[in-house]
Design a protein around this ligand. Structure first.
Ligand code: PGA
Length: 258
């Protein structure tokens, strides 16, 4: 069985002091959780301090973005090695806000994934359709293109270090989550793409998170779907009781469909 992985994407929220405050509460609240991987992704300026605060705990550190070059004249960017330097283990790549606001392409996403893997970071690769694409029945086409573009030239071995997050854009920050059935359908489709391109074993071990208005109230049903292995959580990851509630309801005893 795949171990659930719940990641909190803090987006552009919280100063260092506020981040430390939240993380101290989280480490206490979640200290007994063993059956799920927990990741938090604060803003760049808080990574170092938060990394020290989670050291020795069951909470892992992730970043929200990186640039593919190692160093150089790239004003405003940050490299995989710099993230490793502050003890990041994960990095979110290709979030829909990066794609839509900052115009990241599938090719950019692919280069970022390769840089992350090269440095030993575990990429959380986001894909998902916009509302107009869903309405015009393009969901599978869009997801297919994003998954293919993101994973171009990668090997089955690389896939062992990757997590995919299916995040329908219309569900992000809207309070309207994809129904468990809608999400499962796309997750199964993503797993099939992986099986067809990287083999059954790579598909079987790949963890696919759902993201988009995840809450304590909807996670149990989402994660009970056979191909949903966790969640990428935005808004609800900013409050200790909400994030802890999601993690507790995501633990394997809820995964009864397997
Ligand atoms: P949300 O965001 O949980 O606030 O909908 C999810 C995400 O953007 O990863």
């Amino acid at each position: 069985m795949r171990k659930p992985i719940i990641a909190g994407n803090w987006k552009m929220h919280k100063t260092v002091t506020e981040s430390l405050n939240l993380v101290r509460q989280l480490t206490m609240e979640l200290k007994d959780v063993k059956d799920a991987d927990i990741v938090i992704c604060p803003v760049f300026t808080a990574l170092h301090a938060v990394g020290q605060a989670v050291d020795g705990s069951n909470i892992r550190l992730g970043a929200q973005n990186l640039f593919w070059e190692e160093q150089g004249a790239f004003t405003g960017e940050i490299s995989a090695l710099m993230l490793k330097d502050v003890h990041c283990e994960y990095v979110i790549i290709g979030h829909s806000e990066r794609r839509n606001i900052f115009k990241e392409t599938n090719e950019d996403v692919n280069r970022k994934i390769k840089a992350a893997l090269q440095a030993g970071l575990l990429p959380i690769v986001c894909v998902g359709e916009r509302l107009e694409e869903r309405k015009s029945d393009k969901t599978f086409e869009v997801v297919h293109e994003q998954v293919h573009g993101a994973l171009e030239d990668l090997s089955a071995d690389d896939l062992e270090s990757i997590i995919i997050a299916y995040e329908p854009v219309w569900a992000i920050g809207t309070g309207v989550n994809a129904s468990p059935k809608q999400a499962q359908e796309v997750h199964a489709y993503i797993r099939k793409i992986i099986a067809d391109n990287f083999g059954k074993n790579a598909a079987d071990v790949l963890r696919i998170q759902y993201g988009g208005s995840v809450k304590a109230e909807n996670i149990a049903e989402l994660i009970s779907q056979p191909d949903i292995d966790g969640a990428l959580v935005g808004g609800a990851s900013l409050k200790v009781e909400l994030f802890a509630g999601i993690i507790k309801n995501a633990l394997p005893e809820n995964k009864d469909a397997e």
